[in-house]
Design a protein around this ligand. Structure first.
Ligand SMILES: [Zn+2]
Ligand SMILES: [Zn+2]
Length: 242
């Protein structure tokens, strides 16, 4: 026989849903349950997990040979891998996290992590470095989304996460407002390694939200390479296909 307390506990989520109905983070449709992922069936179908073949360096899907972007401007990292194509509903999830400061999508990212295993894409690194924000943007947003995503996707390697080793000491124009060549020059000299001896000879995994042109990861990898990092891999949750 259930006690009064147990019955109340069972009823609470039902009341919560009645009072605060949950909506799909992709299209806004009302969902029948508040259990993550907060994505309706239609939006779930839009999620595209990136699989082989892809460029051995930047991870661009399509072929297992070096892509034209990598041949034209070699990246400073050894390999970049992403889980999802940057399209709806993943685009909305990342946008809400970055620009609306909404943490509600994090549990959905965690639920999606069960569908696509980020750690399987890499050898266990010595260090995991989330791409840092400039202090002004960090204060404005209140959190670094790359650090939160690192914790969601690599909980088994949480001891290796070092959020303060890389520093972004120059505020830059948001990369989304620039194209190709301007993106790289915008970021030149924006990052530095705080304790170069800590990365010397180490294998490093960089983590960011979206791979667009790869300029941000390239600049981070450049300073890590100069500091003596032995291997540099990069992970982003999503990747554009352009
Ligand atoms: Zn939806
Ligand atoms: Zn490539």
């Amino acid at each position: 026989m259930r006690t009064y307390g147990q019955r109340c506990t069972n009823l609470l989520p039902a009341f919560a849903e009645l009072l605060f109905p949950t909506h799909c983070l992709g299209c806004g449709e009302q969902l029948g349950s508040s259990r993550p992922p907060l994505i309706c069936a239609t939006c779930q179908n839009g999620i595209s997990i990136i699989g082989q073949p892809y460029c051995p360096c930047c991870g661009m899907p399509g072929s297992d040979r070096l892509c034209t972007a990598c041949l034209r401007h070699p990246f400073a990292f050894d390999q970049a891998r992403s889980l999802f194509v940057y399209q709806e509903p993943v685009r909305s999830l990342i946008h809400q996290l970055k620009f609306d400061g909404s943490l509600v999508g994090l549990s959905t990212f965690a639920a999606l992590a069960n569908q696509a295993d980020a750690a399987a894409l890499f050898h266990a690194p010595d260090l995991i470095l989330p791409v840092p924000l400039h202090i002004r943007r960090l204060r404005w947003r209140g959190f670094n989304q790359s650090l939160l995503l690192t914790k969601v996707y690599f909980p088994m390697w949480k001891q290796k996460i070092q959020p303060d080793l890389l520093r972004r000491h120059r505020a830059t124009i948001p990369q989304t407002q620039l194209d190709g060549a301007d993106r790289r020059s915008n970021l030149e000299g924006a990052f530095s390694v705080q304790k170069p001896q800590a990365v010397q000879g180490k294998s490093v995994l960089l983590v960011d939200d979206v791979f667009t042109t790869g300029s941000t990861l390239h600049e981070c990898a450049k300073v890590l390479r100069d500091a003596g990092a032995a291997e540099i891999a990069a992970f982003t949750v999503a990747r554009t296909m352009a």
